[in-house]
Design a protein around this ligand. Structure first.
Ligand SMILES: C[S@@+](CC[C@H](N)C(=O)[O-])C[C@H]1O[C@@H](n2cnc3c(N)ncnc32)[C@H](O)[C@@H]1O
Length: 160
């Protein structure tokens, strides 16, 4: 029996392959099902979860990072996955999550969201604010699946 990733990851994998996207951020990685699935397909994976929540402490080839650490980095991520996570994050903290993801995403990189209990309208407003444009979306029986692409990368303004 193989690793079973989220449906959205399987759906968009051919696009990521075709676009030669190779570096993935798995935001809210849980048991690493998406991370492991993509790692075995040759992707470089950075998995993000709350301290003590990542269910594997060390997996060769997968880098584990906390959400607070990610706020301080400027990575060059091709694809961020956020599956079944946003509904667990308080509404007031979601803007900051999108900001952190955008900061670590390459111009042209993707953000793939699969979630329950968050409307497409809210997802659009959070994503558009950070420079993402909606590319595809689909509505499952209980979930929203949305693919965004970063079309406007905000520049870091240095002071002094
Ligand atoms: C339902 S699991 C989904 C895991 C995985 N994405 C999947 O689809 O199997 C939600 C995960 O999000 C993590 N999580 C919750 N709040 C988070 C936050 N603010 N930042 C990062 N991860 C968070 C939880 O610890 C948990 O591992």
């Amino acid at each position: 029996m193989g690793i079973c990733p989220a449906n959205s990851v399987q759906t968009y994998l051919p696009l990521f392959d075709k676009q030669k996207k190779r570096v993935v951020l798995d935001y809210g990685s849980g048991n690493l099902r998406n991370s492991l699935y993509l790692h075995t397909r040759g992707f470089e994976v950075i998995a993000v979860d709350l301290p003590g929540k990542t269910q594997c402490s060390s997996v060769p080839g997968i880098t584990l990072v906390s959400p607070d650490e990610l706020k301080t980095t400027n990575l060059y991520i091709d694809v961020t996955l956020c599956t079944f996570v946003l509904n667990l994050i308080d509404v007031t903290k979601r803007v900051s999550v999108f900001e952190t993801i955008a900061k670590n995403t390459m111009q042209g990189g993707y953000l793939l969201i699969e979630t329950k209990d968050v409307t497409l309208r809210e997802l659009d407003s959070l994503a558009l604010l950070q420079g993402f444009a909606r590319i595809h979306n689909d509505t499952g029986r209980f979930t929203q699946i949305v693919l965004y692409q970063l079309i406007f990368k905000k520049q870091k303004i240095s002071r002094g």
